[in-house]
Design a protein. Structure first.
Length: 144
């Protein structure tokens, strides 16, 4: 169910033998993201449950279950910025109905993240996934 961009990340991770190389790749993905405007770093966009400061701002085109999902995100931690980039590849461009159906744990397991993140980072990643799913569920419930 993963999008092509996420499949590319999974392929890159297969090519990189060492977890430290994968970790650096995730950080580089985070560095490549555009920073979030300070005006969007507000309590309403902050993700609870993350040890780092994390903000996710939805950008949804259309209404109802077929609306297209996208988001911007940022964090004060470079590895978390990279995880946001991974989640962006996994979710962006899907319909909001599809976002709610993604098995994020299984998809992220393809990258080995479940084995190599600290418990705190894993909890934060689950919180980000929960926030994204919640935003998509809210958008899917809206009708024209």
């Amino acid at each position: 169910m993963a999008e092509a961009e996420f499949d590319e990340i999974a392929d890159t991770f297969e090519f990189l033998d060492d977890w430290e190389d994968r970790y650096r790749h995730v950080i580089e993905m985070g560095k490549a993201m555009a920073p979030l405007d300070d005006a969007l770093r507000v309590p309403a966009t902050k993700v609870d449950g993350c040890a780092s400061q994390v903000w996710i701002v939805p950008r949804i085109e259309g209404e109802g279950p077929q609306a297209r999902f996208d988001f911007m995100g940022d964090s004060d931690a470079m590895i978390v910025r990279g995880l946001i980039a991974v989640l962006h590849a996994l979710y962006s461009g899907r319909s909001v109905a599809d976002v709610t159906q993604v098995d994020a744990a299984a998809e992220l397991a393809r990258l080995g993240l479940d084995e190599h993140l600290s418990a705190q980072r894993s909890n934060g990643l689950r919180a980000m996934v929960g926030r994204i799913r919640g935003l998509a569920e809210q958008a899917a419930a809206k009708t024209a």
